[in-house]
Design a protein around this ligand. Structure first.
Ligand SMILES: Cc1ncc(COP(=O)(O)O)c(C=O)c1O
Length: 426
């Protein structure tokens, strides 16, 4: 990016030169509102709406025929959506499926891949990951009659924000069976070197999985190069698949012959599924890891939302995402110097995900004032305001306007009228 400037014209110049600017037209954006919460729940797009309405209409029209009718084929919906998702992470179509929630897919992967024995039984997690991952792993350990304290190996953070690569690698000892880490940390936006972690795990005979919730749709993953064993993610953040949209699951093709830990008829081979045989015969692709019937209405939003990525590459998306956050950090550094803010995310492109983690001692109240100023931020206790400009629909002018509104809040002390109530903001 050329030398940056603080004036609004510079933002307008960036928008005018932006090759992805047209994508914004696909989304429902409330006039005047600045939406910076695309990493919690992405905005609704017109193609997502169209796909949901189409599924509803197909249900109205075809009833049970919706599954395998002449005009509709929702029976294999997970495959067509899986193929669209696979393109975004450079995986093979058969390695990706759409099912359940991120949490349940973690249960599935631990149930499948964790084969503890006397020598190798530990599961490596980190202390900064979103808690549901840890809850799922812990309950899986208990399910097997083992003690979480003896099995879990938690990589600690040195600064409370990020993980050191040396600490992750040092944790991968010969008693470790599985390592599960996030691609991008939900609070600080640190992007881990997934390829290096997966390579170390492979060398040491450790199963390696990643939670891509905070990167898919913003970071250009290359699962062929990473070559980890499994990955899970939600489709409702950057991908804008809809609130609680059905989640995503990647299973490396080298594991297709493995028996899924949690079996269900929707994971059965498609050609014999409706023979309803007593024995489970899993499909030899990621679809084999599904359990129950596809939730069509909650998959349709994902299907449509992925059309917003049609015709563009994830390299373009990532470049725009980095440009947006780089510009935001520049404006924070220059316009908001002296107001007590700290940028809590790593600054280098190679280790930064899609959001900016803005820290302030008064973050709770400032966050409230931002909401009153028609900004949608995202607060994480105790002091982080997460700001996720969407690579598909946030304009550079909105980043500029966001910083202007924040500066006004600080200058007028508009935040002082709010209570500093811990833990009250979502
Ligand atoms: C890293 C991570 N994993 C998992 C989840 C949520 O999982 P689920 O889709 O099962 O609610 C989140 C939600 O924010 C998350 O940030």
């Amino acid at each position: 990016m050329a030398e940056m400037r603080q004036d609004k014209n510079f933002a307008l110049e960036l928008d005018a030169a932006d090759e992805l600017a047209g994508r914004r037209e696909l989304f429902y954006i409330r006039p005047g509102q600045i939406y910076m919460d695309g990493n919690s729940l992405g905005l609704c797009s017109k193609p997502a709406e169209k796909a949901v309405l189409r599924a509803l209409d197909d249900w109205k029209t075809h009833g049970i025929g919706i599954w395998t009718g002449a005009e509709t084929d929702y029976f294999l919906y997970f495959e067509s959506i899986g193929a669209k998702l696979a393109r975004l992470i450079n995986a093979r179509p058969e390695e990706v499926t759409v099912c359940a929630s991120t949490t349940l897919n973690i249960h599935q992967c631990i149930a499948t891949f964790w084969k503890p024995d006397a020598r190798r039984y530990k599961i490596v997690v980190d202390e900064l990951n979103f808690p549901t991952d840890r809850y799922a792993v812990t309950s899986q350990i208990r399910q097997r009659g083992l003690e979480p304290d003896e099995v879990l190996k938690v990589v600690k953070s040195r600064d409370g924000k990020t993980l050191a690569m040396e600490d992750i690698l040092a944790a991968l000892t010969e008693d470790v069976a599985v390592v599960l880490l996030p691609s991008v940390l939900y609070r600080s936006a640190q992007l881990l070197d997934m390829a290096a972690i997966a390579a170390a795990a492979r060398e040491r005979g450790i199963i390696c999985g990643f939670d891509l919730c905070h990167s898919i749709g913003a970071v250009d993953h290359d699962m062929e190069a990473v070559d980890c064993d499994f990955a899970v993610w939600c489709n409702y953040k950057y991908l804008s698949g809809g609130p609680g949209a059905t989640a995503g699951l990647y299973v490396n093709r080298k594991h297709f012959a493995m028996e899924p830990g949690l079996a269900g008829w929707w994971g059965n081979r498609n050609d014999t599924q409706f023979e309803l045989r007593p024995e489970f015969e899993h499909a030899l692709n990621a679809g084999g890891w599904q359990t129950g019937t596809s939730p069509v209405l909650s998959m349709a939003g994902v299907d449509g939302a992925l059309d917003a990525y049609e015709g563009i590459t994830m390299a373009q998306v990532r470049e725009r995402s980095l440009k947006l956050t780089r510009y935001m950090m520049y404006l924070i550094d220059t316009e908001l110097a002296g107001y007590g803010f700290t940028v809590g995310n790593p600054r280098e492109d190679a280790v930064r995900g899609g959001h900016v983690a803005l820290e302030h001692d008064d973050a709770v109240r400032i966050n409230e004032a931002l909401k009153a100023a028609d900004v949608v931020p995202d607060f994480r206790y105790p002091n982080v305001i997460r700001l996720a400009p969407s690579p598909l629909y946030t304009s550079f002018a909105e980043v500029w306007e966001f910083v202007r509104r924040l500066k006004e809040i600080m200058d007028t002390k508009a935040y002082e009228k709010y209570e500093n109530k811990a833990g009250t903001v979502a």
